[in-house]
Design a binder for this molecule. Structure first.
Ligand SMILES: NC(=O)c1ccc[n+]([C@@H]2O[C@H](COP(=O)([O-])OP(=O)(O)OC[C@H]3O[C@@H](n4cnc5c(N)ncnc54)[C@H](O)[C@@H]3O)[C@@H](O)[C@H]2O)c1
Length: 408
């Protein structure tokens, strides 16, 4: 096992010391000793079933085949489609399945609840969960608009519950390693950020490519380089929709809840776009990100390069790490290709690490050291600044977005 993997596995103890305690230690409901964090889950869709539920199962039933202690209790999952709720309860070991989230929130004792679905649907449910006294995990992007993401931030502050956002790349092994290398004194001051992320398929129009997909790398830029002072952005669009087919998708009332079948049944035009986004960070460093849906190769899709002073570290294809620091031997690392276990994949991608941190934060009644709704707000502010820059052909300061309520 790599040092990074060991660090993830060493992240936490096993028992939940305090329950129903507002984050950062303000007790309000009560204390329950020696219990595991109790998890609820709303949404049994395609992504959560393939990437999040398996990590929870690993934490509930042991990371090793013999003898490891559970870290979490899987209480109940919920989907409006009862077959999906029953399926996920059975497959991942949740005790009960629901079709109505309110009934689940009323009947079950839960500490933290996942809300994973289209960003159009997440904000109202996330706020309801926090108002019921539970912490919440939502997927990236947290919302479609700045108004909604700020409402979630306000609810988190008002209720004292944390709202973690699924920017899991922050927990991905190669990116954790790159950040550690770039933080060494001999790396010098971080000066230039360069990244690319292409999709090897056009993007389905029920999601917004910039807000809903590019957001991963807007967050990564902040994770590595800190806050952004201003952006300048350009767009090239090869999406041809003269008959406005895509608008018709949104005439279907179930488009956000049932988007995969709506796409199968309704003619539409995928988004074929490219964005070039340049950054000036508040640290003085500069950066650029190329995001596009115009490529077909499955390699060469993702790269992040950090330049210091006499130093560079790069992560190629979300996989291989290479670094060169003046007066030091070159460094190179890649995951063991022979290890195809679910644990290895979840560790590499970051899903296991982010969920493990959420569980530890729940148990310890503290804010997670992961992306929170504050990072979600920062991300949607960046999206708004990019849109404004493209529309107005000028560089846009983040301070303008904060004061003028530009809408993402
Ligand atoms: N982190 C990543 O790399 C990554 C990758 C893909 C998708 N995502 C994010 O994941 C989310 C989508 O997840 P998915 O693909 O699992 O979702 P999905 O759209 O496939 O399924 C959502 C499920 O939620 C259910 N649902 C909706 N409203 C409900 C309610 N009020 N009560 C109970 N159930 C309800 C629906 O019936 C549906 O089964 C999006 O936010 C997307 O941006 C993240």
């Amino acid at each position: 096992m790599s040092g990074i993997s060991a660090a993830f596995l060493a992240l936490s103890g096993r028992q939940c010391a305090l329950r129903n305690v507002a984050v950062d230690g303000h007790s309000d409901v009560g204390k329950h000793q020696d219990m595991l964090p109790r998890i609820g889950f709303i949404g049994c869709g395609a992504f959560s079933t393939s990437c999040l539920y398996p990590s929870l199962r690993l934490l509930a039933f042991g990371l090793e085949p013999y003898g490891s202690e559970p870290e979490v209790e899987l209480v109940a999952c919920c989907d409006m489609d009862g077959r999906l709720a029953e399926r996920n309860a059975r497959a991942f070991g949740f005790k009960r399945a629901y079709t109505n989230h309110r009934e689940m929130l009323e009947k079950e004792e839960l500490d933290t609840v996942f809300v994973v679905m289209h960003p159009q649907l997440q904000p109202a449910l996330a706020i309801e969960v926090m108002e019921s006294g539970r912490n919440v995990y939502i997927e990236k992007p947290p919302a479609k608009t700045l108004t909604e993401v700020r409402a979630m931030q306000e609810a988190s502050r008002r209720t004292g519950r944390f709202c973690q956002v699924g920017f899991m790349k922050r927990f991905s092994e190669p990116y954790v390693m790159a950040k550690e290398i770039a933080g060494r004194p001999e790396f010098g001051q971080l000066s230039v950020y360069e990244s690319r992320k292409a999709r090897n398929a056009p993007y389905p129009p029920v999601y917004d490519y910039l807000n809903d997909f590019v957001c991963h790398h807007l967050d990564l830029a902040r994770y590595f380089m800190g806050d952004v002072e201003y952006v300048y952005a350009e767009l090239v669009s090869r999406t041809h929709d003269p008959d406005k087919l895509n608008a018709r998708l949104f005439e279907r009332e179930d488009v956000y809840r049932n988007w995969a079948s709506v796409l199968r049944e309704t003619p539409h035009v995928p988004q074929s776009d490219g964005y070039l986004i340049t950054f000036r960070f508040t640290s003085g460093a500069i950066g650029v990100h190329n995001a596009n849906t115009l490529e077909t190769d499955t390699n060469l899709l993702e790269r992040v390069t950090l330049t210091g002073e006499g130093s560079v570290v790069t992560v190629e294809d979300w996989y291989r790490v290479r670094a060169a620091i003046k007066h030091q031997p070159p460094f190179s690392w890649e995951p063991l290709v022979i290890d195809k276990s679910l644990e290895a994949r979840s560790m590499h991608t970051g899903y296991l690490g982010e969920i493990r941190e959420l569980v530890a934060a729940t148990r310890e009644s503290r804010r997670p050291k992961a992306a929170t709704i504050d990072d979600g707000v920062a991300c949607l502010e960046l999206v708004a600044a990019v849109r404004a820059s493209i529309a107005e052909g000028r560089r846009v300061a983040l301070s303008e977005v904060r004061t003028t309520e530009l809408v993402a």
